[in-house]
Design a protein around this ligand. Structure first.
Ligand code: GLU
Length: 424
C-alpha cells in the first residue's frame, strides 16, 4: 500500500517517531484503509496552556502545560499527567497515542490522552506544586470530565496531585466529582491496589513471558531499571515469586549484587532515605547504562523513554524484556532485539495494569461502592493474562514480534469500533 511508506526515522530518539514507525508497520500488516490510517493517526484535540504560578520567592513563573486527546473512539480519553522538565508537545502526543493502544489492548472502554507540564517537581516546594496543579486543572476545566477525559498520575505526579485536581475540579463544578480523575488517595475514592497496579501487571506479564520461554522463576535472574512506583513494585512482586533481582536503579545510578537484592529491604531504605537509593549498601554501584547489559534472564526497563537504543541493544544479554516504562525501546533498537531472538513484551501490554485498575477506580466511583483488594487483583491479573495471550497469538498469526502484534490487536479493535460508530 503506497500510502503507508515506512516512516523515515528523523530523530532516532524522538518517542513520537518511534511510536509512529511501529504504528505504520502494524497498520500495513493489518491492511487498514487510507482513511482509517489518518483517523487513527491524528489526535482529535491538543491543548497548550501557559500557567502563571506564584513561587515561594514571591515571583510569578509561567509554566507550559499540555493535554493531548488522541482518541475517543472507544470511550472517554484516559491517561496520566507528567511533571518533568523534558516534557514537550511531541512527547505528550506519543504518550497520548500509546494510551489509546494500551486501553485497546487490555480491552477497557477508553480512548487515549496524556497531559504534561514542563517543570522540575524535585526542585519545587509542596505549595508550589499544589498551585501549579490547581492552575493546570482550572486551565483544563473544559477538557477534563468523567465522561470526557480522565487524568491519572504519571512520572512526577502521585495520588497527592490527583487529590488537588479532584478538589479543584469539584469546586468549579459545585459538587464532588470523584470520577474525574483516577489514582487518587484511597480515602478520597482511590482504589485499593492502584498504587502497585502497574508493577503488578509487569509481574504478570513477566511470568507469562517466562512460561513461553520455559524459564523457571525460581532459577531466573532479573535487572530492574527505575525504582519509582512501577519499578519498585514490579521488583518486589517478582522477588516474592522467587525471581532473583540482581540489580535495581534510580536517578542516582545502578546497584548490583550477584547474590540478589532483598527488595523489601531496599524499599524500606528508599522510604527512609528521601525516596532515593543513594548510599544503598550491600550492592556494587554501577551505572544505569551498565544495568541494561548485565547477564540476566529478564530485563525490566521501568524508568523512562528511549533507554534501549541501537547503540546498546547489541549488548543486551537478557532473554526476556518486559517494558514497565512507556517507550523504553527506541524503534531503531527493535530490529536488533528481534534478530537476537529476545522476547520483548511491549509497554502497551506490559504496563497496562495501571490503567486497568484506574478503570476499576472509575467504575467504583460511579457505582459509589468499594471493591476489595482481592477482587481487584483477581480481575486485573485475568485481564493482563488474557491480553498477553491475545497478543502472543497475534504474533504467531501475523508472524511478527509481540510489539507489532500488540499494535495490530489495538488498531484492529479501534478501527472496527470506528466503522460501527461512523463519521461525517
Ligand atoms: N500513567 C499511567 C500510564 O501511562 C496510567 C494512566 C491511567 O491510569 O490513566 O499507563
Amino acid at each position: 500500500m503506497a500510502y503507508i511508506e515506512p516512516a523515515p526515522i528523523k530523530d532516532k530518539e524522538n518517542p513520537l517517531e518511534s511510536m509512529m514507525s511501529r504504528f505504520d508497520e502494524a497498520a500495513r500488516k493489518l491492511g487498514i484503509t487510507e482513511e482509517m490510517y489518518y483517523i487513527l493517526k491524528v489526535p482529535y484535540r491538543q491543548v497548550t496552556v501557559g500557567l502563571p504560578v506564584m513561587m515561594d520567592n514571591g515571583k510569578i513563573k509561567v509554566f507550559e502545560g499540555y493535554r493531548v486527546l488522541h482518541s475517543n473512539i472507544l470511550g472517554p480519553s484516559k491517561g496520566g499527567i507528567r511533571f518533568d522538565p523534558a516534557v514537550t508537545l511531541d512527547e505528550v502526543k506519543a504518550l497520548a497515542a500509546w494510551m489509546t493502544w494500551k486501553c485497546a489492548v487490555v480491552d477497557i472502554p477508553y480512548g487515549g490522552g496524556k497531559g504534561g507540564v514542563a517543570c522540575n517537581p524535585r526542585e519545587m516546594s509542596v505549595g508550589e506544586l499544589e498551585r501549579l496543579m490547581r492552575a493546570y486543572t482550572v486551565a483544563m476545566l473544559d477538557v477534563f470530565g468523567p465522561d470526557k477525559d480522565i487524568p491519572a498520575p504519571d512520572m512526577g505526579t502521585s495520588p497527592r496531585e490527583m487529590a488537588w485536581l479532584m478538589d479543584e475540579y469539584s469546586k468549579a463544578k459545585g459538587m464532588t466529582v470523584h470520577a474525574v480523575v483516577t489514582g487518587k488517595p484511597v480515602v478520597l475514592g482511590g482504589s485499593l491496589g492502584r498504587v502497585e497496579a502497574t508493577g503488578r501487571g509487569v509481574m504478570v506479564s513477566a511470568l507469562a513471558g517466562m512460561e513461553k520461554l520455559r524459564i523457571n522463576p525460581y532459577k531466573a535472574t532479573c535487572a530492574v531499571q527505575g525504582f519509582g512506583n512501577v519499578g519498585s513494585h514490579a521488583a518486589r512482586l517478582l522477588f516474592e515469586r522467587g525471581v532473583k533481582i540482581v540489580a535495581i536503579s534510580d536517578m542516582t545510578g545502578g546497584y548490583y549484587n550477584e547474590q540478589g537484592i532483598d527488595i523489601e529491604e531496599a524499599m524500606r531504605y528508599v522510604e527512609k532515605n528521601n525516596k532515593s537509593l543513594e548510599g544503598y549498601a550491600g550492592a556494587e554501584k554501577i551505572s544505569n547504562e551498565d544495568l541494561l547489559t548485565l547477564p540476566v534472564d529478564i530485563l525490566v526497563p521501568a524508568a523512562k523513554e528511549d533507554v534501549i537504543t541501537e547503540e546498546n541493544a547489541h549488548q543486551i544479554k537478557a532473554k526476556l524484556i518486559v517494558e514497565g516504562a512507556n517507550g523504553p525501546t527506541s524503534a531503531t533498537a527493535d530490529p536488533i532485539i528481534n534478530s537476537k531472538g529476545i522476547l520483548a513484551v511491549p509497554d502497551i501490554l506490559a504496563n497496562a495494569g495501571g490503567v486497568t485498575v484506574s478503570y476499576f477506580e472509575w467504575v467504583q466511583n460511579r457505582l459509589g461502592y468499594k471493591w476489595t483488594q482481592e477482587r481487584i487483583e483477581r480481575r486485573s491479573d485475568r485481564i493482563m493474562k488474557d491480553a498477553f495471550d491475545k497478543v502472543y497469538q497475534a504474533s504467531l498469526d501475523y508472524d511478527v514480534p509481540m510489539r507489532i502484534a500488540a499494535y495490530i490487536v489495538a488498531i484492529d479493535k479501534v478501527s472496527q469500533t470506528y466503522r460501527f460508530r461512523g463519521g461525517y
